[in-house]
Ligand binder design. Structure first.
Ligand SMILES: NC(=O)c1ccc[n+]([C@@H]2O[C@H](COP(=O)([O-])OP(=O)(O)OC[C@H]3O[C@@H](n4cnc5c(N)ncnc54)[C@H](O)[C@@H]3O)[C@@H](O)[C@H]2O)c1
Length: 348
């Protein structure tokens, strides 16, 4: 049994506690929150779990092997550092840290202590993202041309971070998982209209081999949209995460240039074949992720969504914000992003 302590029980915390409780081999021992109301909610939902308002009580408990950090991002570094220094493995929410130096320090500390860090990039454990990665790996789409995602809705405004730090970690971690390469440059634009933090932003990422990615995040959209287009030389797909069935549609559509003799005789041929909707496994992503974390701890293997994967996303977030500050200046990332990728595994 691996003992777990969870800090804290806000909006996302209950999902973390519930899913840790659902994994054989994890035992949630304690939940910490400063708010008495949150602790009452824990006691009602999980009567066997101890509650505390004091994070150091949880950090020092000999029964706890894993600390799950589900607080706002600016607190992640201090809490993760304390957990590692107390000999605990760390499960930490996205985005991993508030800046890349903090992430690098935590990665080094975990390595030194022989402890695991898993960053909650939940979408990597959804059936849809797994299916897209499989299609890319099998070569069904051909050479990738572009990745274009739209993640927009009305609110929820955050007080401490802009829309990029709030929503883009999802898209950037999915893109990182699917493209499996590092961007060379990032250009971003964005604007704040209400609370001093950008609430609308557009990020463009340039990859080797002419792959281009674009992420549109917006807290001021009248409608909720979660749609990603991925185009390749052989096929193209649309992933609409709000669809109950047929989340992914693969189109046998494409373009080829038949002749390049001169610009006036350019012969373009368009292919418009079938569309099919592959079967997407219905899994609770967090449950699959935490099951995988248990396996990584017991088998002493490194998760593919480790601290380094978290750092790659933080570097992209930083570059996007730098570009916005400098009015769409291209931020070159040559060798800035750690590309040590752990092979993704097939989940049980
Ligand atoms: N993986 C996902 O899909 C997903 C979804 C939602 C949120 N998140 C992440 O989860 C984290 C928490 O988000 P949330 O929306 O649950 O937060 P929240 O706003 O609900 O706040 C969480 C809790 O943090 C506590 N808190 C605030 N400041 C604190 C401090 N200094 N020390 C200790 N506790 C403090 C509050 O009492 C609150 O109960 C964020 O990093 C967010 O990005 C991830």
């Amino acid at each position: 049994m691996i003992g777990v302590g969870v800090i804290v029980y806000g909006y996302w915390g209950p999902n973390i506690v519930r899913n840790f409780c659902a994994i054989d081999g994890f035992r949630v021992d304690m939940v910490c929150d400063k708010s008495p109301e949150c602790l009452q909610r824990v006691a009602k939902a999980h009567p066997a779990v101890q509650v505390t308002a004091n994070a150091s009580e949880l950090m020092k408990s000999p029964d706890i092997d894993v600390v799950a950090i589900v607080t706002p991002v600016w607190t992640h570094y201090e809490l993760a550092k304390a957990a590692l220094n107390n000999g605990k493995h760390v499960f930490v929410e996205k985005p991993f840290t508030f800046n890349s130096q903090q992430a690098e320090e935590l990665i080094e500390l975990a390595d030194k202590k022989g402890l695991k860090i898993m960053v909650d990039h939940t979408f990597l454990f959804t059936g849809a993202v797994r299916k897209i990665r499989q299609l890319v790996d099998e070569g069904s789409l051909g050479d990738l041309y572009y990745y274009d995602s739209l993640r927009v809705n009305l609110g929820l405004f955050q007080h401490d971070i802009n829309v990029i730090w709030d929503l883009a970690p999802h898209d950037l971690s999915i893109m990182d998982f699917i493209i499996q390469g590092d961007p060379e440059a990032i250009v971003a634009t964005g604007e704040s209209h209400l609370n001093g933090h950008e609430d609308v932003a557009f990020i463009t990422l340039y990859f080797p081999r002419n792959i281009i990615a674009h992420v549109n995040v917006n807290w001021l959209s009248p409608v909720k949209v979660r749609t990603t287009l991925i185009g390749g030389g052989k096929k193209m797909l649309v992933w609409n995460d709000l669809e109950a069935d047929e989340k992914i549609k693969v189109y046998d559509k494409g373009v080829s240039i038949k002749s390049r003799e001169n610009i006036h005789q350019l012969l373009v041929s368009y292919r418009s074949g079938d569309m099919w909707a592959p079967q997407v496994e219905q899994v609770e992503a967090l449950k699959a992720e935490l099951g995988y974390f248990h396996e990584c701890i017991t088998r002493n293997t490194t998760p593919f969504n480790d601290g380094t994967a978290g750092l790659r996303v933080v570097k992209m977030l930083e570059a996007a914000c730098q570009s916005i500050r400098n009015r769409a200046e291209a931020v070159l990332l040559n060798h800035a992003i750690p590309s040590k990728r752990i092979e993704a595994v097939t989940l049980a």
